[in-house]
Design a protein around this ligand. Structure first.
Ligand code: SF4
Length: 363
């Protein structure tokens, strides 16, 4: 009920949890949250400023817009420039720059057809209404969005929609965590795991964090009580040799996740290597079309060559996404780069770490 949900915001419970946390800490603990919604929740609730000094917060790569690689943005721009193509995309992608600082918004101003949509199903409607054009939906997002996009593809196939394509740059969270935790420079002691992604994949895909690295990992909700409870679990689990993945967000996440959604996702896609902004190529961390669905694959249909390109000059998003630098340590933060005039994707996206730091720490 609503009353129970209110409890997850209760300041008294937060205070008690903070006291427990202080009492049980024995040294620094560096935790990374890997979801943009958590980044914003930690700042908006004020938690960032009340956490004990020993609890060090690192922002991770959990905003799908932020990890979209410069060469992937270049591919969007390449497609947007093609005759007869209409790009269908979620709004937050259009200001994300490629390696030359150019974005879809610039392309749109120069005459490219770019339609902002709210659901992938809207792109099917665009395809129906524009039979003489090719609609390319930009498939960006984690395990949370990929099943819906797979369902859209299944629907297009069933309907025989020939002018609907998807550029699949989906990314999978667990392989990125493996790369981050094994990086000795980042020194992560534990993860606050993404609630939304976990509703789809469940708890077990993260088990390697405890088994292989002996570090705690807690699937966590988005209210202050959730986050503090997760930190307390993390402090306790860090004393174990091989902690099991903890599910703090049981009101939304089941152990096995949404089996049907995962099934639909893998009916259409299979895992592939993927490029992450600031991190580079991560094996098996992306999704590409299975051969049976090749007719919907914009990469194949338009023969796109997506090679690695240099990073966006001056922007430190890569180091921010890996937890090696806080946004304020970027020389451009709050000066040349602000939400009104963003340079990198971490400032473009409202869930990006730079935007969250700017909004809640500078304002
Ligand atoms: Fe990139 Fe701007 Fe963040 Fe610096 S402040 S890392 S330039 S997005």
């Amino acid at each position: 009920s609503l009353d129970i949900l209110e409890k997850f915001k209760d300041p008294e419970i937060c205070k008690e949890l903070l006291d427990c946390l202080r009492a049980e800490l024995d040294g620094d603990i560096r935790f990374m949250e890997v979801c943009g919604t958590h980044t914003v929740a930690i700042f908006r609730s004020g938690l960032h400023s009340v956490l004990p000094d020993e609890v060090i917060h690192l922002s991770g790569p959990g905003c799908p817009v932020c990890v979209t690689h410069e060469s992937e943005v270049n591919a969007f721009l390449d497609l947007a420039g093609k005759e007869g193509v209409i790009i269908a995309t979620f709004g937050d992608l259009i200001k994300v720059p490629g390696d030359k600082g150019h974005c879809l918004k610039n392309a749109q101003a120069e005459g490219a057809k770019v339609e902002i949509i709210y659901s992938p199903f809207d792109s099917l409607e665009l395809a129906r209404k524009n039979p003489d054009k090719t609609i390319v939906f930009l498939g960006v997002g984690f395990e949370t969005t990929a099943p819906t996009i797979a369902a859209t593809v299944l629907m297009a196939k069933q309907e025989g929609l020939k002018n609907f394509k998807v550029l699949s740059f989906h990314k999978l969270v667990p392989p990125a965590l493996d790369v981050l935790i094994s990086d000795p420079e980042t020194k992560i002691d534990g993860f606050i795991l993404p609630g939304h992604v976990s509703t789809v994949i469940g708890v077990h895909p993260y088990d390697f964090i405890g088994e292989k690295y002996g570090k705690p990992a807690v699937v966590t909700g988005f209210d202050p009580v959730d986050i503090l409870q997760a930190l307390l679990h993390m402090v306790r689990a860090s004393k174990e040799e091989h902690p099991k993945t903890i599910n703090q967000y049981q009101r939304a996440v089941s152990e096995s996740g949404n089996v049907k959604a995962v099934e639909v996702m893998y009916q259409v896609f299979e895992t592939s290597d993927a490029l992450w902004r600031g991190i580079g190529m991560i094996p098996d961390s992306g999704l590409e079309f299975r051969e049976e669905f090749a007719e919907f694959d914009a990469k194949k249909v338009f023969d796109l060559d997506i090679g690695e390109c240099p990073p966006l000059p001056g922007c430190k998003c890569g180091d921010v996404l890996k937890g090696k630098m806080t946004p304020e340590q970027c020389p451009l933060f709050g000066k040349a780069c602000t939400p009104a005039k963003p340079i990198g994707p971490c400032m473009v996206s409202t869930e990006g770490s730079c935007a969250a730091y700017f909004k809640y720490k500078v304002d």
